[in-house]
Design a protein. Structure first.
Length: 364
């Protein structure tokens, strides 16, 4: 089990990190609204048991944007589905852990209670609005469904709330657009409608699973800026799942890097970019093109992510690491350790170049 982070809970006090770059100033408060502890989610397949999420720990504070990054198959989306308790069963099951939402462990709730939580206290924005929206219902029906379930509004009150939700995501002529069908909207407008559904019931937590994948660069920037504006107005906590470190740099307050179902490094966004310690984090950052530098071929991570149904108990990244290490070093399951204030790294001789500097923090 990974080491757990201790977070102070001073009510309504802003943190000291108030960065002004990116899409706006930080709005982070110290109030923890979501705590995930030792989360384990497995899938049963014909090849064996897939450990899609293998002992994940993190906290999300009010007004904070937490970026979860990693290659495809690293466990990012399964983590979000686990938080929503939408893991398909069978073949998937949440085997262990706690998910504390505003102090309540949602893994212990009934399905009826979870129906009230989903779309109410926690919402999910999917990466493809064309699959998230039903093509045979207009916008007002789809935005209104979430509102009527969680707020019980009907008639003119429901219509007014629908229009208000569409206006909150800066959709022009909201009264007209509410009567449109998804195919009549542009990709950016469809994604805004999905966002309107997500925030319509004022959730505490918004999970955005690669919401800009289908958008061009200009619309992408406008949408991300919109999310930050909504966050500043409502103090909502956002979990932003992506593989794009360029977006992370401008969008997130803190970053958790996932590999093979585990968090290998976690810190505030500036620490991750300025002082990454895990070789996987370094490799991901080096693969981002930099306009101010002349580069030839972009760096790439050699090899492939491991097969999660045949995952060893040791360091999963060791086979792809460029460091020199002994074979027995790779067989030790690395712990997630706090190497400096709020900077957590999965310490292993096979994946951390400066391991000796922090070796006193572990007993292997």
């Amino acid at each position: 089990m990974t080491t757990k982070k201790q977070v102070s809970k001073k009510k309504n006090s802003a943190t000291t990190k108030q960065y002004k770059d990116g899409f706006g100033p930080s709005t982070v408060k110290d109030d923890v609204i979501l705590s995930v502890r030792n989360l384990k989610t497995n899938f049963t397949t014909k090849w064996g048991t897939v450990k899609a999420v293998d002992g994940v720990d993190f906290d999300l504070r009010k007004g904070e944007t937490l970026g979860i990054v990693g290659e495809s198959g690293s466990g990012k989306s399964v983590t979000s589905l686990s938080i929503m308790r939408l893991v398909p069963n069978p073949p998937g099951t949440i085997e262990d852990g706690e998910i504390l939402l505003n102090g309540r462990d949602i893994l212990k709730l009934s399905e009826k209670e979870m129906t009230e939580i989903r779309g109410g206290e926690v919402s999910l924005i999917l990466q493809d609005p064309m699959t998230a929206l039903n093509p045979v219902f207009n916008v007002s029906n789809q935005v209104g469904e979430a509102i009527s379930i969680h707020q019980g509004l009907k008639g003119s009150s429901l219509w007014e709330k629908i229009v208000e939700s569409l206006k909150s995501v800066r959709i022009p002529a909201a009264e007209v657009r509410a009567k449109d069908f998804p195919h009549q909207l542009s990709g950016g407008m469809r994604q805004r409608v999905v966002g309107a559904i997500g925030i319509s019931s004022a959730p505490s937590v918004l999970i955005a699973d690669e919401p800009t994948t289908s958008l061009d660069v200009t619309i992408q920037a406008a949408y991300l800026r919109l999310l930050k504006q909504i966050q500043a107005e409502s103090d909502i906590g956002i979990i932003f799942i992506t593989h794009d470190f360029g977006i992370v740099a401008k969008m997130c307050d803190r970053v958790a890097v996932m590999y093979a179902g585990r968090i290998v490094e976690s810190a505030d966004v500036r620490t991750i970019f300025n002082n990454p310690l895990h070789e996987y984090t370094k490799a991901l950052i080096s693969s981002v093109p930099k306009l101010e530098e002349k580069t030839g071929r972009l760096a790439q991570i050699e090899g492939q992510p491991p097969m999660l149904w045949d995952l060893s108990e040791g360091d999963a990244f060791a086979p792809r690491s460029t460091l020199k290490f002994k074979p027995e070093d790779a067989k030790i399951r690395p712990e997630l350790v706090e190497v400096s204030p709020n900077h957590w790294v999965q310490l292993s001789r096979s994946s951390v170049k400066d391991f000796d500097k922090f070796s006193h923090l572990v007993d292997y």
